[in-house]
Design a protein around this ligand. Structure first.
Ligand SMILES: NC(=O)c1ccc[n+]([C@@H]2O[C@H](COP(=O)([O-])OP(=O)(O)OC[C@H]3O[C@@H](n4cnc5c(N)ncnc54)[C@H](OP(=O)(O)O)[C@@H]3O)[C@@H](O)[C@H]2O)c1
Length: 343
């Protein structure tokens, strides 16, 4: 049995999703895989932070969040700075689930950098550090012989990155086409049912799929960051966010969607990454797909990725692209991938 002490940064939807998995499946994971996952620290911005070397009970943490919305009344060491915990190697794995900042990648990037420098493994669900600093962080992790995992950064717990990186190894990836933003796919699916854009967006906001300021989704910023990650991680590109051509869905009208439906076609916001000569190009734009296309039938908040390879042709993955537990699972799958490499 190998014990992994986990330092969890962020206890929102994703952090709590992981805690639910540890609460409900921790014993079984230990038995089945020989990996004991011990949460030793949980840190938030404003809801309190806790550390206990012997471990914190995920059930108690979740219960406190449910009852009080914070962790401040629980026993344990509470006046903590994340960088101090990292500095004194209080954990084996940094599990990073703080909010995404696509302008700076912070605070996540600083935490991950510090963890790797202290020979801690790092896993994150956060697009920021991967979109902005992938090459640097991968190099640093290799230098320090630690694991750097970020499966949740694209398509949440659906193993798009790992499947393409590990299980399609030996194939050349020629092209990637994906529905990687569930909010816009939900809006377009609603528009197929006759709603106009404004009504579909309002419904997405009511259900919590879209933010009050929906620009990050509907203008394609979120999808562009994921396209960038797919290009740099899976196709060895060296692109920046500004290299990704980006058009959102605000120009797609109910009439365009209705007209396409008559012909059996469907509008999707597609991330498209392809080789053009020696260059890799990445774009995000609405595309009208014929009904037989593998991505045309993917509706609602579901995500999908078609990987075009030289040896297998097209391989398509369809699955959840968001959700606390689904993304908590992405973090868990990274920790188990780390464990497979150690065991
Ligand atoms: N939710 C999803 O479906 C999903 C899917 C894929 C990827 N992700 C990514 O996963 C990450 C977490 O998402 P989430 O939905 O769990 O977000 P969330 O619900 O907003 O939770 C964020 C957590 O991070 C804490 N935090 C904020 N600033 C911090 C700082 N400077 N240092 C330490 N902790 C800080 C927050 O504390 P306070 O509550 O005190 O502010 C909160 O506990 C994001 O990067 C997101 O993009 C989420």
């Amino acid at each position: 049995m190998i014990t992994y002490r986990l330092l969890l940064v962020g206890f929102g939807a994703v952090g709590q999703g992981l805690a639910q998995l540890l609460r409900d499946h921790g014993d079984q994971l230990a038995q089945r895989y020989g990996a004991a996952l011990r949460l030793v620290a949980v840190c938030t911005r404003s809801r309190g932070s806790l550390y206990h070397a012997d471990g914190l009970d995920p059930a108690v943490l979740l219960d406190a969040m449910l009852r009080t919305g914070h962790l401040r009344d629980l026993p344990g060491q509470t006046s903590l700075a994340i960088l101090d915990l990292i500095e004194r190697q209080a954990a084996d794995v940094l599990v990073e689930a703080s909010p995404t900042d696509l302008a700076t990648g912070e605070p996540a990037t600083s935490y991950i950098r510090a963890a790797i420098a202290r020979r801690m493994h790092a896993v994150t669900a956060n697009k920021g550090p991967v979109a902005l600093h992938f090459a640097e962080l991968r190099r640093a992790a290799a230098t320090m012989s630690v694991y750097f995992g970020f499966e949740g950064a694209v398509m949440s717990g659906t193993p798009a990155l790992r499947l393409a990186l590990s299980d399609l190894a030996g194939c050349e990836i020629i092209e990637l086409r994906g529905i990687v933003n569930g909010t816009t796919n939900y809006i377009l699916t609603q528009m197929e049912q006759g709603h106009d854009y404004a009504a579909a967006l309002a419904e997405a906001q009511r259900l919590g799929y879209a933010e009050a300021d929906p620009a990050g989704d509907v203008d394609g910023h979120d999808a562009a960051a994921k396209a960038l990650i797919l290009a740099n991680v899976l196709m060895d590109a060296d692109l920046n966010l500004s290299d990704v051509e980006r058009t959102g869905i605000t120009g797609v009208t109910r009439e365009m969607v209705a007209e396409a439906s008559v012909a059996g076609d469907r509008w999707k916001l597609l991330a498209h990454i392809r080789r053009e000569g020696r260059r890799v190009r990445a774009s995000v734009a609405p595309a009208c797909l014929s009904v037989g296309h593998p991505l045309a039938g993917v509706g609602g908040v579901t995500n999908a990725l078609t990987v075009t390879t030289d040896l297998l042709g097209d391989v398509t993955m369809i699955g959840p692209g968001a959700g606390g537990v689904a993304t908590g699972f992405a973090l868990l799958s990274d920790i188990l991938a780390l464990h497979r490499g150690q065991a």
